[in-house]
Design a binder for this molecule. Structure first.
Ligand code: RNT
Ligand code: ZN
Length: 413
């Protein structure tokens, strides 16, 4: 009997249908963030990364232009089962003209659409409100200077249009996620004022209606940024209320909360009040460090919550990390595969049975079953999934990464 067959038997004994789980996983698209490939630098040659986020490390082989980034993504996708989406930032426009961010148009992203179309991928999008002279003091949409605020409002209006264009071109909804760095290093004298200005800027941005069949909007909150530790304008409460009132999505980044606060616990509450929810999955090590996503408890809990809430179609999952200290293609592959493994683990649980035990207050029985499931052969099912998708199983992907590093990445000097 094959490993898959024996795993199926075991899972069937607790009422889990392995084939159904595999079929479900096959349909899940995860948004792979382009910015892991080049340390969030983009193609504008604007100088370094700013905005309260930072990459550390100088591992060789960073993608320096669109061709290199696309080639690296191709390599990564060849090692990741399934069909996914790419998450782009506005700073990754592909154009010879010098065009400032408030003047960006769909035409500046045509090669990305071609790339995605040829490969059956989707495209998500983000305005870039950092690494720019007009964001130099850490303020954008809440800036006291109305001209600067206007510049960024124009930028976000432009990117929403581009996001809609992606959706139309690819026949797949594009998520337009807005995150701004705005905050203060020192204690502000007035917390309301910048938030009022942010609210006004957002109202101007979202006043323009876009077709929800092609694009949806989300806003991403944060608790603090590097160098902006005392106050963040776009806090969780700010955006949760803004999103609810204006019927747009919240995006929860699991690096953006207090260290013992978990995103997994927020998912059910958000889903009771909104049709959809967006996530940035990352690994915060002691702070919002954006380490590569590993198969850790909170990741598994996030996946379980999505599956238990029967919300795989309502939660838009994207990754967000940037580790410049290791091979960047490997970083993508590890993070994407771990997200999928976490979802598979969640799909291989008898949720109805477990919920019944909870409702009948049979908690020791719930504990026994939950703990037993932890050593069920999810790896055998995962390997079968990789084989079915024609990608390397387990650590055999390493050889491919090593070879690519030797033949391509290390030659980039
Ligand atoms: C920053 C946010 C944001 C960025 C990307 C590059 O703290 O998490 O999502 O990481 O937009
Ligand atoms: Zn994020």
């Amino acid at each position: 009997m094959s490993r898959l067959e024996s795993a199926k038997e075991l899972y069937a004994s607790v009422g889990v249908d392995v084939e159904a789980a595999l079929e479900r996983l096959q349909k899940v698209r995860i948004s792979m963030h382009c910015w892991q490939g080049d340390d969030v630098l983009g193609f504008e040659n604007a100088g370094g990364l700013s905005g309260g986020i930072a990459t550390t490390g100088n591992y060789p082989g960073r993608a320096r232009n669109a061709d290199e980034l696309m080639a690296d993504m191709d390599k990564a996708f060849s090692l990741i089962p399934g069909k996914h989406k790419i998450n782009l930032h506005a700073s990754y426009a592909i154009t010879d003209e010098k065009v400032d961010r408030n003047r960006l148009e769909p035409k500046h992203f045509v090669p990305w659409v071609q790339y995605a179309k040829e490969r059956g991928l989707g495209l998500d999008f983000n305005p870039t409100l950092f690494s720019h002279p007009k964001a130099a003091d850490g303020l954008t949409l809440s800036h006291p200077d109305s001209e600067i605020r206007q510049f960024w409002v124009e930028h976000c209006k432009a990117t929403r249009k581009i996001s809609e264009y992606f959706g139309i071109q690819l026949g797949m909804v594009s998520l337009h996620n807005l995150w701004i760095p705005d905050g203060y290093k020192n204690i502000p004298a007035d917390r309301m004022l910048p938030r009022r200005r942010l609210k006004q800027s957002l109202d101007a941005i979202y006043a323009e209606k876009r077709d929800p069949r092609y694009m949806v909007d989300s806003v991403e909150s944060k608790v603090f940024g590097l160098g902006l530790e005392s106050y963040t304008v776009g806090s969780h409460e700010f955006y949760m209320n803004y999103a609810a009132k204006n019927r747009i999505l919240c995006l929860l980044d699991n690096g953006h909360y207090h260290p013992t606060e978990t995103v997994s616990d927020k998912i059910s509450s958000m889903l009771l009040f909104a049709d959809q929810l967006a996530l940035h999955v990352t690994r915060p090590v002691r702070w919002d460090s954006d380490h590569v996503v590993l198969l850790e408890d909170e990741l598994k809990e996030i996946a379980r919550e999505i599956v238990r809430c029967d919300a795989l179609d309502r939660v838009l999952i994207g990754l967000d990390f940037f580790d410049a200290s290791i091979n960047r293609v490997a970083a993508w592959v590890i993070g994407m595969r771990n997200m999928q493994k976490a979802l598979l683990t969640a799909l291989l649980m008898p949720h109805a049975t477990l919920t019944q035990l909870q409702d009948e207050n049979r908690f020791y029985e719930l504990m026994v079953l939950t703990e037993a499931l932890k050593t069920y052969p999810v790896g055998d099912v995962w390997d079968a999934f990789c084989e079915q998708n024609d990608v390397p199983v387990r650590e055999t992907l390493l050889e491919e990464v090593r070879q690519y590093e030797k033949e391509v990445l290390l030659k980039r000097v």
